[in-house]
Design a binder for this molecule. Structure first.
Ligand SMILES: CC(C)(COP(=O)(O)OP(=O)(O)OC[C@H]1O[C@@H](n2cnc3c(N)ncnc32)[C@H](O)[C@@H]1OP(=O)(O)O)[C@@H](O)C(=O)NCCC(=O)NCCS
Length: 443
């Protein structure tokens, strides 16, 4: 569709979500929420949940886009609901050394089935990224519902995740003793500031961690289900180091529910809802605790990192099975010098990167100089035609950023090009973080 034809058919509206005097979503917010629910096949929330959701959108400082059909047919939802929806808001990405970069987090991307493949997504994405640049973001982020949508817009998958299950029968004892004390608490106690305090410590030390949306907290602490209704089946426990007694000493927590198996071959499964650890000791102890709970066969965890220490800790490593692995967070670099200067480096050195970007935001040739673990970046050419050690698309630069994806692997995949094979090896050494990246935040 040409721009004129698009603009003749649709109107793009940017607005901030809001509530009326009673706290209910205002008319534009309510219509937009209906459209998102349709896109993701989610039931429309009741009044109480809708008000909580709207309050959370406001708290998270979301900006919304709605693409409206200019001439809706009578009776169609197009009279009030947007045919395309899109949101962005600030969300920090941790480098794991106490430093973070604020990302332009993108979410709620839907296009009405009757209007798809007419360029609505492309228009919303272009508008949003231009606004992101104007607002000073160095990088945009998202979690995707499908793996093939976002590369064309310069996003690369920077961190993956695994859904794993550990069979209790063969798991314990661990090969090394655990330390500290695990106690069962109520979700209410956890939700009263204690979970967030642990998460903040986890976030500060974990490369690839991202801060959570306001609406995520009642779900991960076990107060509510994913649909916003009160949860009744979630349990919680916390870990403290040896000898510690006060609330501040809690350095890890887990929430879980048990799904009973029916039939002869069905396992009863303990499903981890959330597992957050500020220390490696807490992670290990909480796993040991989960595996010691009776009346279930298997512990399942959907947010495992690729290099999970539990595999090494288990009495029998074959108790651990990977059910599924997929992309987690995607990153889109908007400002190469700013994003590369914001992260730490493991090894000093200099390397020149030629970055191509069909949308233009990040195209250029850049020299990265790392001294004492900090990088400075000089643009040596306005496009990707300069002399360079490594040539890559902006999507692949996004993929490399956290240090979870190796440039040596991307070179083997044909995506990173280097005349000297030592260049991707040096870049890998520079980018490798101190501990395995772990993302446990969806948005
Ligand atoms: C995915 C979705 C947003 C696409 O919207 P759309 O308006 O039809 O997309 P556009 O017409 O702007 O197409 C933009 C480009 O993306 C491509 N594309 C769109 N949807 C795609 C998909 N599901 N898989 C792969 N490519 C896709 C188009 O081919 C087009 O490519 P091009 O610009 O290189 O020619 C829409 O199908 C949708 O709402 N799906 C359900 C909700 C969803 O999955 N949202 C994503 C949440 S992360």
């Amino acid at each position: 569709m040409s721009n004129e034809a698009f603009d003749d058919r649709y109107e793009l509206r940017e607005f901030a979500p809001g509530t009326d005097e009673q706290g209910a979503p205002d008319a534009a917010t309510d219509a937009w929420m209906h459209a998102v629910g349709l896109g993701f096949h989610e039931p429309h929330p009741n009044d109480e949940v809708a008000a909580l959701m709207a309050e959370a959108f406001v708290a998270d400082r979301e900006t919304w886009l709605g693409v409206h059909v200019r001439r809706p047919l009578p009776g169609s939802v197009d009279e009030t609901w947007p045919a395309g929806t899109f949101a962005w808001f600030p969300k920090s990405l941790s480098w794991g050394d106490g430093q973070a970069v604020e990302t332009q987090a993108i979410s709620a991307v839907t296009v009405r089935p009757t209007e798809r493949r007419r360029g609505i997504l492309r228009r919303m994405m272009t508008h949003a990224l231009e606004r992101g640049v104007a607002e000073g973001y160095a990088v945009a982020s998202l979690t995707a519902s499908e793996g093939t949508i976002y590369r064309r817009f310069g996003f690369g998958c920077a961190i993956r995740e695994r859904a794993v299950r550990v069979r209790r029968a063969r798991a314990l004892p661990f090969l090394a003793p655990t330390t500290g004390t695990v106690t069962v608490v109520t979700p209410e106690w956890l939700a009263d500031g204690n979970a967030r305090a642990v998460f903040d410590r986890f976030d500060a030390r974990t490369p690839g961690s991202m801060k959570r949306n306001t609406s995520t907290w009642p779900i991960v602490t076990g107060l509510r289900n994913g649909d916003g209704e009160p949860a009744k089946d979630v349990r919680a426990a916390v870990h403290r180091p040896d000898g510690a007694t006060d609330a501040d000493a809690v350095d890890g927590y887990v929430t879980w529910r048990v799904k009973e198996g029916s039939g002869r071959d069905q396992d009863t499964v303990l499903e981890v809802v959330d597992l957050v650890y500020a220390t490696d000791e807490a992670y290990l102890s909480l796993w040991e605790f989960l595996l010691s709970i009776d009346l279930n066969d298997v512990v399942s965890y959907k947010r495992s990192r690729l290099d999970d220490p539990i595999v090494a800790a288990l009495g029998d490593n074959r108790a651990y099975d990977v059910d599924h692995e997929e992309d987690h967070v995607w990153l889109r670099v908007l400002d190469v010098p700013a994003v590369l200067a914001s992260r730490p480096y493991a090894v000093d050195g200099s390397i020149v990167l030629a970055v191509s970007d069909t949308m233009g935001f990040a195209a250029g040739t850049y020299r990265l100089d790392v001294v004492d673990g900090r990088g400075t970046v000089t643009r040596t050419a306005a496009d990707d035609s300069g002399e360079a050690d490594v040539r890559l698309d902006v999507a692949d630069l996004g993929a490399l950023l956290i240090g979870s994806v190796s440039p040596v692997t991307l070179a083997a995949a044909g995506l990173v090009r280097a005349t000297d094979p030592a260049a991707p090896v040096l870049l890998r050494a520079m980018l490798t973080p101190a501990r395995a990246p772990h993302g446990i935040t969806y948005f």
